[in-house]
Design a protein around this ligand. Structure first.
Ligand SMILES: [Zn+2]
Length: 122
């Protein structure tokens, strides 16, 4: 799965996101500010692993988020392993983000474009 496909998968399972033409438009999981990205290329947003892979985070949609590049960078700097905070602080921070992701969770994409029927499908 490409990064763009993962971003789209996150948007599909996040109630703050809706399709607007070629873009997904919603809210950054970290700062809650408006964010949009190209549904095909993923351009405009960064794929975030809420719990870092180096900390045991998975590639499951529950652990993925759509965020601004600057927010991703900020999180990386703030939680840089070299200036690592106590694990309890990291866990509390990650738990807040995972909770926000769960609060926005939806099982299926809204108003997906109607499937294009083949000529033989009727
Ligand atoms: Zn942000």
């Amino acid at each position: 799965m490409t990064t763009a496909e993962k971003l789209a998968r996150v948007a599909e399972t996040d109630t703050s996101f809706a399709r607007r033409g070629a873009n997904w438009v919603g809210k950054c999981l970290i700062c809650n500010g408006p964010i949009a990205f190209d549904a095909v290329t993923g351009e405009g947003a960064t794929l975030e692993h809420i719990r870092a892979r180096t900390r045991g985070g998975t590639e499951e949609p529950e652990n993925l988020a759509v965020v601004h590049d600057r927010c991703n960078g900020e999180k990386g700097r703030r939680w840089d392993p070299k200036r690592r905070r106590p694990d309890t602080e990291y866990d509390a921070f990650i738990t807040r983000l995972l909770e926000r992701r769960r609060q926005r969770w939806r099982a299926a994409a809204p108003s997906a474009p109607p499937a294009i029927r083949g000529r033989d499908s009727d």
